[in-house]
Design a binder for this molecule. Structure first.
Ligand SMILES: [Zn+2]
Ligand SMILES: [Zn+2]
Length: 188
């Protein structure tokens, strides 16, 4: 069965070189739907607690929230960085506290200190799904990702492999020693 979690991300982006309105810088509340597939954990009668899926996803994806997403070849990128540098906020600001861990994949690099994500491809709904899957596939048994950004929506199915051992008391994944990091349950 599947547990389904939803997450919203607010960001600015543009489709560089796209012949349409989206070539101008604009913003969205992007909506991500994460479907996690596994057996039902009989202890809690769930596949996975949805707030825990959200927490796992948000930890890394908060780098996209209230952030600017630009393609690596977009000339706005050096221009924006130069403004941030001149303003003294390129390497951080005391009020920039909602920062996720910096990440670098083939498709995207996060610079949490200045709320910027640089991507290899245009960040369409399809592009976002590719980026999100690469970031979360080792953390969640993803069966489907759906992303909506304005009128654009895309979805992709995946084949989840294996099963995650979960706590029978609170439902979250046990660590490699068979201990629940949340409630302290120990597998016998
Ligand atoms: Zn857009
Ligand atoms: Zn537990």
């Amino acid at each position: 069965m599947r547990s389904i979690a939803r997450l919203e991300l607010q960001y600015a982006h543009r489709f560089y070189n796209f012949k349409g309105e989206a070539q101008y810088l604009h913003g969205h509340t992007g909506k991500l739907v994460i479907e996690v597939e596994d057996s039902i954990n009989t202890g809690v009668n769930m596949v996975f607690p949805c707030n825990e899926i959200q927490k796992t996803a948000r930890h890394i994806l908060q780098n996209f929230d209230h952030a600017l997403i630009l393609r690596e070849d977009d000339p706005l990128l050096p221009a924006v960085l130069e403004v941030y540098r001149t303003q003294g906020i390129r390497d951080g600001a005391p009020t920039n506290t909602m920062r996720g861990p910096a990440f670098k994949t083939d498709l995207a690099t996060a610079y949490p200190e200045c709320r910027l994500v640089v991507t290899r491809e245009t960040v369409t709904a399809e592009g976002m799904i590719k980026i999100v899957y690469a970031l979360l596939k080792d953390k969640l048994n993803i069966a489907r990702l759906t992303f909506t950004s304005g009128d654009n929506e895309a979805t992709q199915e995946y084949t989840p492999c294996g099963t995650v051992e979960r706590c029978p008391c609170c439902g979250i994944a046990l660590d490699k020693n068979g201990i629940c990091p949340k409630c302290g349950y120990r597998k016998r």
